[in-house]
Design a protein around this ligand. Structure first.
Ligand code: HEC
Length: 394
């Protein structure tokens, strides 16, 4: 109970912080591309924007390098990012570390302890940042497309590697967690410190080195393109057709491409691009989505069921593999109540949840959680055959 409350409150805080971060980041991307030159702008101003919102008018001006005199009050946009990471990490700890037995460990994947699972998670998240940071500081940094392609390959590799030690669900979530960590790392360890150097230089009357701007630009471009994929990863752990696929690395790759293509359209569109430049993204995004949907429905090694399956057999399967958690009084020590309010210990309950059972335990292997009970492909196929045949009693 207390675990559920902590998890709900943290989730709430995390989403609110994330909206703040992504909202301000999208706003500034848009603001930058909306700037127009006008008569009588002060010296050093590159462009301005007039907006109306909430009953008032806003007049924003952007200085190309810096204003002549630093204002006393300068607002920094950083806590949106930091608080998103902090609440996200706390949520990871509460749901996945605290509940590692159910959420992170799948003994059919790797027989690890809770402490090992947590250690692997922490070390791999930190390593993800270090590898990425090295990449950006390497000689390749002058070739941004190549850097991004390598980052793409690295994220797919990490997804595969986590799949060798964690449950599919935890592996998928770690893809989002690592990418989010990279994004906040960019803000905390690169963009803001560089901005401080520039501000200090300006205050002291020195001309800031232009390299700081270039470095920050590379990092913030990565953040911009990674936003949509991260959001997808974070919400998809409630959708087993994504993480639950045997080849979920393919889904990770498609989601990355999809997010990048859609974001690219917005970037170009906001910058005023017309014609063929912005024609291809939505058709490509549509094709990628269609491919992802078709791919998620494909089940390699699906088992054929020849004879009909009747309710008693289906209930027997659910009793062995589901009812230890999904019952009014779960026998599994980790749960006081049926998880997600789903009870599967009687035939009528099993029937009423049939479509969700199909999604979680037949089309994918998302359930039983961690496959503690060792449910076989044969049993999944038989449960599926029963549901598809209209759940005949005899
Ligand atoms: C070890 C405990 C455990 C076992 C065994 C188990 N589940 Fe679950 N199940 C969970 C937990 C925990 C959740 C909640 C997941 C979450 O936080 O979204 C859940 C959620 C679900 C949901 C709701 C998911 C949704 O959001 O729609 C369904 C349906 C489900 N399980 C079906 C099954 C089926 C079918 C079986 C047996 C084949 C099974 N579960 C076995 C722990 C278990």
């Amino acid at each position: 109970m207390i675990e559920d409350w902590v998890s709900l409150l943290l989730r709430w805080a995390h989403i609110v912080a994330g909206i703040g971060w992504i909202g301000s980041s999208f706003y500034f991307m848009w603001l930058d591309s909306s700037l127009k030159r006008a008569e009588g702008m002060p010296a050093g101003v590159k462009g301005e924007n007039w907006s109306v919102h909430g009953g008032g008018f806003y007049h924003i001006q952007k200085y190309a390098v810096a204003p002549e005199r630093m204002p006393a009050d300068l607002h920094w946009f950083k806590w949106e990012s930091y608080s998103t990471w902090l609440t996200g990490f706390a949520l990871l700890a509460v749901v996945y570390y605290w509940g590692a037995e159910s959420y992170m460990i799948d003994r059919s994947v790797a027989d690890i302890t809770q402490a090992q699972a947590i250690l692997i998670s922490l070390v791999s998240l930190a390593a993800g940042w270090l590898v990425y940071d090295r990449l950006c500081k390497s000689a390749l940094a002058d070739r941004p497309v190549l850097v991004f392609a390598l980052l793409f390959a690295f994220i797919c590799f990490a997804a595969w590697a986590w799949g060798q030690v964690f449950s599919a669900r935890a592996a998928f979530l770690h893809v989002g967690a690592m990418t989010g960590t990279i994004m906040t790392g960019n803000v905390f360890l690169v963009i803001i410190p560089n901005q401080r150097i520039v501000v200090a230089d300006l205050k002291a009357g020195r001309t800031p080195d232009a390299k700081y701007g270039r470095i920050a630009k590379l990092r913030s471009t990565h953040n911009n393109y990674l936003t949509l994929p991260v959001l997808f990863m974070m919400i998809s752990n409630h959708y087993p057709m994504t993480f639950g696929h045997e080849w979920n690395v393919v889904i990770v790759a498609v989601v990355l491409l999809l997010g990048v293509v859609i974001r690219h359209w917005f970037n170009l569109h906001e910058a005023g691009a017309h014609g063929p430049k912005i024609w291809w993204q939505w058709p490509v995004a549509g094709a990628l989505t269609a491919f992802m949907m078709a791919f998620s429905a494909w089940k390699p090694n699906a088992v054929e069921v020849a004879d009909p399956v009747f309710t008693p057999e289906a209930l027997a399967i659910a009793t062995v593999h589901c009812a230890s958690c999904h019952a009014d009084v779960p026998s599994d020590d980790s749960f006081d109540d049926a998880p997600a309010g789903v009870m599967l210990h009687t035939a009528s309950l099993l029937k009423s949840h049939a479509s969700r059972v199909l999604a979680q335990a037949v089309l994918t292997n998302a359930m039983p959680m961690g496959n503690d009970t060792g449910m076989t492909e044969e049993e999944r196929a038989r449960l599926g055959a029963w549901i598809r045949a209209g759940m005949p009693d005899e």
